[in-house]
Design a protein around this ligand. Structure first.
Ligand code: NDP
Length: 397
């Protein structure tokens, strides 16, 4: 029934592949392809299913992708490489009649710029081809949008205030490490902050606004306002929203390292001349930082990510908090990866499952909140990311 091609062989792809391989009723033919084939083979070995195929592909090259798609003939490509490859993979999907899903919006390599415009511009072409493209189907973006759609469907007539709160209260016992690809992570965190208020975007300094927020089973954690890509689609898709913000926790030690990295120029994404060759400082830094895939073994603690929503139902003001907590160690025991890879890879698999079950299938380019949230929410509970609700409590925001 389901012929799926996963592109990428990092932490997120590993989790998604493990979960895809477990759901044999939906995913019948599986291939993992990435820049380094040996990493795909390693994933297959860990899963222990020799029927999963692997291949080498440079996803920056549309012709290579087309060749691979024409050989394997997937019905859906799950793009878990880097945001730089989104458009080339979408081009190849259009050329070969393949459906598409990813977890992060396209970013040009030379500019840390987060917006959906490049991918939304493919809408007409996917419509004309009768193909589905599902954008941003990780946790945030991803489950954050599905939580919001679920709240809008079941608990509010009008969502007015939305705060997406992302806490990682884990300890990996390293002086400094990022939880997903370091280059992508540092580009995201060092950009200016931005939130939506009364129809306009308000810009702030990078991590300028912060406050203690209390997370379930964790307690208070200093949480920083930053821009996150799902704010763009959610404010468009839920026009009653007056204010939308995104908060993420960071420890002091992490922030000190980040400041030093920036101050000494290692966060730069423009090329510099070194020993007769051009290098990008942030890419060099990635090569010496811990690999997020190796953090799992000693990672303690848990993540807590959710949506805190205020709005109107039956003429009265209500609040609603929906969240998931995920323990790093449990994620590691199941998949060999830590909680951040887990909370991204599991929703990517569920999105693919929604597609193959015919529940999330419509021609065009869509964000996750454009689809019915109910079957996805049901699968979150079954696939390792159970969610919880709190009604009419103080949201602190
Ligand atoms: P990793 O760096 O661990 O993995 C990326 C993989 O993509 C690697 O296997 C890499 O190959 C491969 N790759 C990179 N460039 C190419 C290319 N040109 N052609 C083929 N393969 C390529 O990243 P993560 O697993 O941590 O993250 C994966 C994605 O998930 C990212 O886009 C990230 O932004 C997104 N993400 C989304 C989240 C969400 O909640 N929505 C949260 C966390 C991450 P190689 O091993 O050879 O380098």
């Amino acid at each position: 029934m389901g012929r799926v091609l996963v592109i990428g062989a990092g932490g997120v792809a590993t989790v998604a592949a493990v979960k895809i391989a477990k759901n044999t009723d939906v995913f019948t033919d599986i291939m993992i392809a990435s820049r380094t084939k040996s990493k795909c083979d390693k994933i297959v070995k860990a899963i222990g299913n020799p029927n999963i195929k692997t291949a080498q592909v440079d996803a920056d090259d549309v012709e290579q992708l087309k060749k691979l798609f024409n050989e394997f003939k997937p019905e859906l490509v799950v793009n878990l490489a880097l945001p730089y490859q989104d458009l080339t993979i979408m081009d190849a999907c259009l050329a070969c009649g393949v459906n598409y899903l990813d977890t992060a919006n396209y970013e040009p390599k030379d500019e840390a710029h987060f917006e959906y415009s490049w991918q939304w511009a493919y809408k007409k072409r996917f419509e004309d081809a009768g193909l589905t493209a599902i954008l941003g189907c990780g946790f945030d973006p991803g489950v954050s949008g599905i939580f919001t759609a679920y709240a809008a469907k079941h608990h509010f007539d009008e969502i007015q205030y939305l705060d997406i709160v992302d806490c990682n209260a884990g300890n990996h016992h390293k002086a400094f490490a990022t939880n997903f690809n370091p280059e992508i992570n540092i580009r995201e965190i060092t950009q200016k902050g931005r939130y939506f208020k009364d129809g306009k975007w308000v810009q702030t300094g990078a991590l300028e606004i912060h406050k203690d927020l209390t997370y379930p089973n964790i307690g208070p954690k200093d949480s920083y306002l930053m821009y996150h890509e799902e704010l763009e689609s959610l404010t468009k898709n839920f026009p009653t929203i007056k204010q939308a913000r995104f908060w993420m926790t960071f420890g002091q030690e992490y922030l000190t390292h980040l400041r030093v990295i920036q101050d000494i120029g290692m966060a730069r994404i423009d090329p510099v001349e070194y020993n007769g060759q051009q290098i990008i400082p942030l890419q060099f830094l990635k090569a010496v930082l811990p690999n997020p895939q190796d953090l799992g073994e000693n990672y303690e603690g848990e993540t807590s990510i959710g949506c805190r929503i205020r709005g109107i139902k039956d003429g009265k003001e209500h609040t609603y908090y929906v969240y998931n907590n995920c323990k790093h160690h449990e994620a590691y025991l199941e998949t060999g990866m830590q909680g951040v890879s887990y909370t991204t890879g599991v929703p990517a698999m569920i999105g693919a499952m929604m597609f193959f079950k015919g529940l999330w299938r419509k021609a065009g380019v869509w964000n996750v909140e454009d689809f019915d949230p109910d079957p996805f929410m049901e699968q979150l509970n079954k696939q390792g990311l159970p969610w919880h609700e709190e009604f009419d409590k103080n949201l602190e925001l």
